[in-house]
Design a protein around this ligand. Structure first.
Ligand code: PLP
Length: 428
């Protein structure tokens, strides 16, 4: 497999782009080598600029749940393009998408569209503070909530990949109201409530994908919600990754928990820039123009992005691929575990619905500390062997793999062959 054109573009890209990427998770820092440049995608696959084809398990870090360039999404977006790109005024499609979203999440009476997951979380946190009149927010180590100043501390995703404890350029004052707890450990939340009486709420990835996939154990989320209610604090579900992916109604539907505030992104735009936050009426009435919490956006509710979201979610609801996702993920898990056993490689696989990934470690992985026991050198070997055998993975141990409904039985056979070669390489 040749990567000549990618290498040339990488060198060219370094001149005017930082690291030749527009998001650090796309750099190959932790696996070595140069990032690949992608030319096109179709269905379950993408093709790079050298003509190499891959089964795509990155899927733009989640949004492409129907696979690439789905016919119905293309049609919906093409129709919107014919009417104009942006007006700075309301359009009917915003109402249509809002209804789809609010119907899917019973805890959301109203929603506000923004342009990214980061914006959704910035606004969701501001809303929690506005509604409760309190300042402090608890977050869990290893969860990633976008790149807002106050939540980059102890974050997963690219920060975990680059081993950064937080970000330079964040003033001390920006994190003074952020408290850190341990995922799957309610006691670590309670300790903060014993010490502080100004906690607005807790933000959580209800199924975490940003330290690799880490699953809420037992009744962790249900108990967390009950505890927060008893304290008059809000549960902010960051479902940017899990919304419409774990189930149509997100992780909340799957786990039987209703958050006070929900943040969405990724799948909601089907590959176009859409984020959203929403809650029941009494909370959303805080938001301008109804209330005093200000939040705005020139391109928010963008007509093209709304059309992408409507077409994606409508088709997703029709396909209802969630059982199929479970079966496919279970099959890939078995392939990974049996092949690891064959080559004597220590491996743990975490999966939930259409999100999964292996950790090269012995013990179970239930929080960030345990995730970090994974041997990232082995991951790097595995990653490159998978690439060279036609499977595109996130270039980091601490990112989830995603499934699309376009994945076929043939793709899975190809994944099995690649895993065999990759595990052999790891075992050497
Ligand atoms: N929240 C979660 C759980 C995410 O996974 C991400 C992105 O990966 C974000 C927020 C930020 O979303 P965006 O990258 O669209 O700003």
């Amino acid at each position: 497999m040749k990567f000549k054109r990618s290498e040339e573009l990488y060198k060219e890209g370094l001149v005017h782009l930082v690291g030749a990427v527009n998001s650090p998770v796309r750099a190959f820092t932790s696996v070595g080598g140069n990032p690949l440049f992608i030319k096109k995608g179709h269905g379950s696959k993408i093709t790079d600029v050298d003509g190499n084809e891959y089964i795509d398990l990155v899927l733009s870090y989640g949004p492409m749940i129907l696979g690439h360039r789905h016919r119905k999404v293309r049609r919906g977006v093409a129709k919107a393009l014919r009417s104009g790109y942006s007006f700075g005024a309301s359009t009917e499609n915003e109402i249509i998408l809002a209804k789809i979203v609010c119907d899917a999440f019973p805890g959301m009476d109203k929603v506000r569209f923004v342009n990214s997951g980061t914006e959704a979380v910035i606004s969701g946190v501001r809303l929690a503070r506005s509604f409760t009149g309190k300042d402090k927010i608890i977050k869990f180590a290893g969860c990633y909530h976008g790149h807002q100043d106050s939540l980059l501390v102890a974050a997963g995703s690219g920060l975990a990949t680059l081993s950064l404890p937080g970000s330079k350029g964040v003033p001390e004052g920006a994190v003074k109201n952020t408290l850190i707890a341990t995922y799957n450990d309610l006691e670590s939340v309670k300790v903060h409530f014993e010490e502080h009486d100004d906690i607005a709420g807790v933000i959580i990835e209800p199924i975490c994908g940003n330290m690799g996939v880490v699953i809420p154990q037992n009744k962790f989320l249900v108990e967390l919600k009950e505890y927060l209610k008893s304290k008059g604090a809000l549960l902010i579900a960051d479902e940017v990754m899990t919304g419409f992916r774990s189930k149509f109604g997100g992780a909340q539907e799957l786990l039987g928990v209703e958050a006070d505030i929900t943040c969405l992104g990724k799948v909601i735009g089907g590959g176009f820039p859409v984020g959203a936050y929403g809650a029941r009426n009494e909370i959303m009435e805080e938001v301008a123009p109804l209330g005093g919490m200000y939040q705005a956006g020139t391109l928010s509710g963008n007509p093209i992005a709304m059309a992408g979201g409507i077409s994606t979610l409508t088709e997703l609801k029709r396909q209802n691929p969630y059982d199929q996702f479970n079966d496919t993920a279970a099959t890939i898990e078995t392939i990974l575990l049996e092949t690891a056993k064959k080559y004597n490689v220590d491996l743990v696989v975490n999966r939930f619905g259409s999100m999964m990934n292996p950790f090269f470690t012995k013990g179970k992985v239930t929080n960030f500390e345990e995730a970090q026991t994974s041997d990232i050198k082995k991951f790097a070997i595995f990653f490159w062997a998978m690439i060279k055998n036609g499977v595109f993975l996130p270039p980091s141990q601490f990112e989830a793999w995603f499934l699309s409904s376009a994945i076929s039985k043939r793709d899975i056979k190809k994944i099995a062959v690649a895993v065999d070669k990759a595990m052999l390489a790891v075992s050497k």
